[in-house]
Write a protein that binds this ligand. Structure first.
Ligand SMILES: *[C@@H]1O[C@H](CO)[C@@H](O)[C@H](O)[C@H]1NC(C)=O
Ligand SMILES: *[C@@H]1O[C@H](CO)[C@@H](O)[C@H](O)[C@H]1NC(C)=O
Ligand SMILES: *[C@@H]1O[C@H](CO)[C@@H](O)[C@H](O)[C@H]1NC(C)=O
Ligand SMILES: *[C@@H]1O[C@H](CO)[C@@H](O)[C@H](O)[C@H]1NC(C)=O
Length: 964
């Protein structure tokens, strides 16, 4: 029989512990041999029992059992499990049905409301199926302890709760914010106000996940001075907690974490010395963390994020001799991990991730017997990992550092490990997966992005039955790990960038059938056809494999779907239009045929990226782009689409990239695109576009205000170059290059971000850019029938990288203003009818790497100067009137004397950006909400939040378990 059945952290009070124990086994002032249950109360209890069925999954407890099974008619109810009676009056004064597997609606007039004498009521950890908390709870006027936590109550907390003026402890907590993203229970100001006024005895107030966003925060500071424990995590609190709050005389525990709109002021002096637990992560804060925390000799828990702690780890931490949990992620801590931690012998949880710590792992890490959770990810730590002497670790994360050498064997002896993350380091050597067989509790394993070679396991007898998250990207795997066969709860699997060959093994189709939501197998040699038995799949990435067969239809909840670069064939089924959550759909580089379904632009408010590049789709583009179309990128490049560009595409107000190149579109220039405010890249090359670029048809005041890349090449456009558009390309006039790290165009989705990719003519080569730098700019009007002069306004586009006007009928002089385009890296004006001299201003084109002026009627001397020494004859051929270096035709004698040395082999200026060639490897970043990135590869192409709210939930749950 359980003695103290409230198994989560609850009552440090010894008195109460004793009371609870007395309920069942121990003698106490409340029990006596003579107590006999009053028949009315016994009946009320039996009647209450009738309302519920017993369902073991209703109680999310480590141990739960149906206490009401012992409740039988014609027996003394005071002897029933969970029931306790007063020795003086015989009345039922305590009812503890926590973890009792009760399942069903909680009636608002339940018969237990007849138990007027109750002092203690505990209904925690059952499932009352979103029942409202009945106002009748306010009738228990003598109640001192009320616990309705984790029992699925929902709705507003009735203000009648405030009638319980003797309450010492109130617990209405749930994990609903972590589980579902929203609170099930809500507490309004009026109810709380009364509660604060009436609860003069309150010492414990636990309202995890209760929505209190409408609360005036000042109420909280008026809570009774007897308050010891305040747990208000994830309550949507706003406002300010003043420093005086932390001087309240009896305070032991303050949990205000996950209230991002709450500002917390910590006192510089005179803290309540009794404070034991201070948990403030994901709250707003002001000022520095005061050193005076070091005076809190009783402190056991200190968890804060992003308090702008900088410099070395503060030495006052060494004074916290009782510290058990220390969490300081997202600061700017630098230098080594100090040795004083070795003296903190109670330390069980240490989280220093997301700082800038350097140096090696200190020796205490390997032998501190109390240490259970060690999070040092995302720092700059180096060196080898020693053998572990202590086996106490439950969770170890060293991800994203610079550790090297072999993974020590003793890691595989840490039998308590539930989470091991060594990803994104420089670990090397061979790891036999059979070594994992002792880690029976492992739920989370990440070894991705090292230089490891994993050898597939041979033994597969229930190796990792609890595994949920597995990341083995870039691990030189040749097979699916056999241990997955027993991982029935698998939630996320990343085996990308390995050498796994052949079909997905048969047994894999039944792994994680109901649990798998992320499956990432990209960049392998997988083949065969594919099916989707995983009904909860949200992310599916199969890019760069050799899968074949008909295009598979993913499960209904899919958010990210990429089968790019496989060998799928057949039609694009209209079944895709049922996938309402779809955000990213990438079918590029397959052998798909037929028309695309006309429902495609109509079904989804969320579709952000559609990439159909390099297939064999034909027919017209459907005209059904819906109002509120959310597309950011649309890529049809390299198909056989015909007809017109549908005007309804203008409904896609957020469109950033449009690539229709290499199709058979027969249309005039889509002027109506010029009013799309976000449009940055338009590629219409190699189609049958025709007619004038008569800008007067456009209606935007600021046409193409964000356009940076415009490729109209190889079409049949005629008439003058579009001066009005060229004048207005503001984005090419002043690209902001101040950002140090390169930025790429991306779509941000609920499961990560996705890099846009387009095919562009760069320096005369058609290349695929797997990522598009936000500073990349180019204009390509080549191979049309444009005529007239090159307008001088082109010189305003000072950020232009590439300009190609070749193969047209342009005439007149080359405007000297082109010399203003100092960022220009390639310039092609060849095969026109340009006359006159090459402007001397061209000497200013100091970034120019490729120049082609051939096949015009240019005359006179070729400008001299640094860049011009690097161009060869071919830049100028077919202009019989040009003279000077590098041509053999000299202009006059002086030229000959000043002739520069032959073109040197010194490298021409490197491009300021990087073209990513086809076949380039890609990976992913895995992350969690709340900004807790988990790990990243070296070359992300798209980025997935592998871990969603579930991780936050796990952490919250882990805390509760730890505090059992
Ligand atoms: C509540 O407690 C008081 C004081 O102990 C007692 O007199 C009263 O009878 C109790 N009320 C009930 C309903 O048990
Ligand atoms: C802190 O306590 C000292 C000594 O009791 C007192 O003099 C001082 O005013 C207090 N400071 C604050 C800010 O309350
Ligand atoms: C560690 O970082 C500190 C401060 O940023 C720096 O002074 C020190 O040289 C670094 N040490 C190593 C070993 O890199
Ligand atoms: C650890 O504690 C011992 C004994 O109190 C002390 O001598 C030693 O200096 C401490 N070490 C550190 C690094 O603070």
């Amino acid at each position: 029989m359980m003695c103290f059945s409230w198994h989560y952290y609850q009552f440090p009070s010894l008195l109460f512990f004793f009371v609870i124990c007395s309920l069942s086994t121990l003698p106490s002032p409340f029990t006596s041999a003579r107590q006999i249950c009053s028949p009315i109360e016994g009946d009320a209890l039996l009647q209450f029992k009738q309302f519920f069925t017993i369902n073991s999954s209703a109680s999310d407890c480590q141990t739960s059992y149906p206490k009401t099974d012992s409740w039988k008619e014609n027996t003394d109810c005071c002897s029933w499990e969970g029931v306790s009676c007063s020795s003086l009056t015989g009345h039922v004064i305590g009812l503890d049905l926590s973890c009792s597997q009760l399942y069903g609606n909680f009636p608002s007039n339940a018969s237990i409301f007849l138990l007027k004498h109750l002092n203690m009521l505990n209904l925690a950890y059952n499932d009352f199926k979103h029942s409202k908390i009945s106002p009748e709870f306010g009738q228990f006027t003598n109640l001192t302890h009320l616990d309705l936590s984790y029992s699925g109550f929902s709705g507003q907390v009735p203000s009648e709760i405030s009638h319980l003026s003797k309450l010492v402890s109130l617990n209405l907590s749930s994990l609903s914010v972590w589980k579902t993203g929203h609170s099930e229970l809500e507490l309004k100001t009026s109810a709380l106000e009364r509660l604060v006024q009436n609860f003069s005895e309150i010492t414990e107030l636990s309202l995890y996940s209760v929505n209190m966003s409408s609360i005036d925060h000042s109420i909280l500071t008026n809570l009774s001075s007897s308050l010891r424990n305040l747990q208000l995590a994830g309550c949507g609190l706003r406002g300010t907690i003043p420093d005086s709050f932390f001087r309240r005389p009896n305070l032991r525990r303050v949990e205000l974490q996950l209230n991002s709109k709450l500002t917390v002021h910590l006192p510089k002096s005179n803290w309540t010395s009794s404070l034991e637990h201070l948990i403030l992560y994901s709250t707003h804060h002001s000022g520095q963390m005061p050193d005076s925390i070091g005076e809190l000799k009783s402190l056991e828990t200190l968890e804060v994020t992003g308090w702008k702690l900088n410099g070395p780890i503060p030495t006052w931490i060494g004074n916290l001799s009782r510290i058990n949990s220390l969490s300081l992620p997202y600061n700017h801590l630098t230098g080594p991990i100090p040795s004083f931690f070795a003296n903190l012998t109670q330390l069980s949880n240490l989280d220093l991730s997301y700082n800038m710590l350097n140096g090696t792992l200190p020796s205490w890490v390997f032998n501190l017997p109390s240490l259970e959770y060690l999070e040092l990810g995302d720092n700059r730590l180096t060196g080898h990992i020693n053998e572990f002497q202590s086996k106490s670790l439950i969770s170890l994360s060293l991800r994203n550092n610079m550790f090297q050498g072999q993974i020590p064997n003793t890691i595989f002896e840490l039998v308590n490990l539930t989470s091991l993350d060594l990803s994104s380091n420089n670990f090397s050597g061979i790891v036999e997966l059979d070594k994992l067989s002792k880690l029976k509790s492992l739920a989370w394993l990440y070894l991705s992005n090292n230089s490891l070679s994993l050898i597939t396991d041979k033994i597969f007898n229930n190796t990792l039955p609890n595994l949920q998250w597995l990341g083995l990207s870039f691990c030189n795997l040749t097979d699916f790990p056999n241990f997955l066969r027993s991982s029935n709860d698998l939630a996320a699997l990343d085996l990308s960038n390995n050498r796994i060959r052949g079909p997905i093994p048969e047994w894999m189709w039944s792994v994680g059938k109901d649990s798998l939501y992320n499956l990432i197998l990209s960049h392998n040699l997988l083949s065969g056809s594919i099916q989707f038995p995983w009904q909860n799949l949200q992310v599916l990435d199969l890019q760069y494999n050799q899968f074949e067969g008909l295009l598979p239809i993913p499960p209904i909840g899919t958010i990210f779907f990429s089968i790019s670069r496989n060998k799928f064939m057949g039609n694009f089924s209209s079944m895709f239009c049922n996938l309402n959550s779809l955000e990213i759909l990438d079918l590029s580089y397959n052998n798909l045929t037929g028309k695309i379904p006309s429902c495609l632009f109509n079904f989804s408010k969320s579709l952000s990226v559609l990439d159909l590049r390099s297939n064999h789709f034909d027919g017209t583009i459907p005209t059904t782009f819906r109002n509120g179309c959310a597309l950011n990128m649309l890529n049809f490049h390299g198909n056989q689409f015909q007809g017109l560009i549908p005007r309804s595409m203008a409904n896609c107000r957020n469109l950033e990239v449009l690539d229709i190149g290499n199709n058979n579109i027969k249309d005039t220039f889509p002027h109506w695109l010029d009013s799309l405010p976000e449009l940055q890249v338009v590629i219409l090359r190699s189609n049958k576009f025709h007619g004038f670029l008569n800008e007067s048809q456009g209606n935007a005041k600021q046409p193409f205000s964000k356009l940076r890349v415009l490729d109209l090449s190889s079409n049949g456009f005629v008439g003058f170059l579009p001066t009005w558009y060229l004048e207005n390309l503001k984005a090419v006039e002043n690209v902001n290059r101040s950002k140090s790290a390169p930025q790429y165009m991306q779509a941000e989705g609920t499961r990560g971000s996705y890099d846009y990719s387009v095919n562009l003519n760069i320096k005369g080569n058609l290349l695929e850019m797997e990522k598009v730098l936000t500073i990349f700019t180019s204009i390509d009007f080549s191979d049309n029938k444009f005529e007239g002069v090159i307008p001088g306004v082109i010189g305003r586009l000072s950020s232009l990288k590439g300009l190609n006007l070749s193969h047209n009928n342009l005439n007149g002089h080359i405007p000297g203003s082109i010399g203003n385009l100092t960022e220009l890296e390639w310039l092609d004006l060849s095969s026109n009818n340009l006359v006159g001299e090459i402007p001397g201003e061209f000497r200013d084109l100091t970034s120019l790497a490729v120049l082609n002026l051939s096949n015009n009627q240019l005359v006179g001397p070729i400008p001299g100067g640094k860049q011009f020494n690097t161009f060869e004859n071919s830049s100028y051929g077919g202009n019989s009137g040009l003279c000077g270096f590098p041509l053999s035709k000299l202009c006059h004698e002086i030229e000959e004397q000043n002739r520069p040395p032959p073109a040197s082999s010194e490298p021409i200026l490197e491009f300021g950006w990087k073209v990513v060639l086809m076949g380039y490897g890609c990976g992913l970043i895995l992350g969690a909400i709340g900004g807790c990135l988990v790990f990243q590869t070296r070359k992300p192409k798209w980025v997935v939040n592998l871990v969603d709210g579930k991780w936050g939930y796990q952490k919250a749950e882990r805390r509760l378990r730890r505090e059992d």
